[in-house]
Design a protein around this ligand. Structure first.
Ligand SMILES: [Zn+2]
Length: 225
């Protein structure tokens, strides 16, 4: 079985997507909770972002997941939530929950890992958090959930020039957390992030005639003199 405490990969210097869009409306009414579950970043909100942290809830709905943002004390928060299979938004959109320019509260300030940002603490300040809604027990992640989470990371990769680490919450805080859990297919997720396998081939490319099917003269003699 996969061990979530080992889930991490770093984005290569080549292969950065040029521009990725995602359907990400604000979760209804979420704005009013920002004052009690977010912080102004200690780093530049674009050039200071170096990591994306992958989480999964231990609940079965976005509404339940959102409730942690509404707690008057001990609130937690995430930038995006990926709906579960039985929610109407599944297959269509991810919920934006916190502005990317602000630090969401998804990792404890005290934790750090030597493999990530040179072991720096206060992870929330230099990271973005994605929460995938999943009951954790007897609840497989859907293909779309993996694709949607991967597409958010590709969007971030295109947007944040210094983004490099993609890491599980479990690796950052193994004593207390195991999310996104062993059912999260990390290798497929990594493949989707690195290669954008969910992105359709552009129509102009798909419609083009393969070069092998085009009759033409052999190249020799045309331009090698
Ligand atoms: Zn988590």
């Amino acid at each position: 079985m996969a061990n979530p405490a080992l889930f991490q990969f770093n984005l290569p210097k080549s292969g950065r997507p040029s521009e990725i869009t995602i359907a990400q409306p604000w979760y209804p009414g979420i704005q009013k909770y920002w004052p009690t579950c977010t912080t102004k970043r200690l780093v530049d909100p674009i050039f200071g972002i170096v990591a994306v942290v992958i989480h999964a809830t231990a609940g079965a709905s976005s509404e339940g997941a959102i409730s942690v943002m509404k707690k008057p004390a001990d609130a937690a928060s995430f930038h995006w939530r990926v709906p579960d299979e039985d929610e109407a938004q599944h297959g269509h959109l991810v919920w934006a929950c916190v502005p990317e320019a602000l630090a969401a509260w998804h990792v404890r300030n005290a934790v750090a890992h030597a493999d990530v940002n040179k072991g720096a603490k206060k992870v929330n300040h230099w990271s973005l958090g994605i929460e995938v809604v999943n009951a954790q027990k007897d609840d497989p992640f859907s293909s779309w959930q993996l694709e949607a989470a991967a597409r958010i990371v590709r969007y971030c990769w295109a947007k944040y020039p210094r983004l490099v680490h993609v890491i599980s919450h479990a690796k950052l805080d193994p004593g207390r957390r195991s999310d996104p859990g062993e059912n999260f297919d990390w290798l497929r997720f990594r493949d989707l992030v690195l290669h954008g396998a969910d992105e359709a081939m552009p129509a102009l490319v798909a419609a083009a005639t393969p070069a092998a099917k085009i009759k033409t003269r052999a190249a020799a003699g045309c331009c090698d003199g």
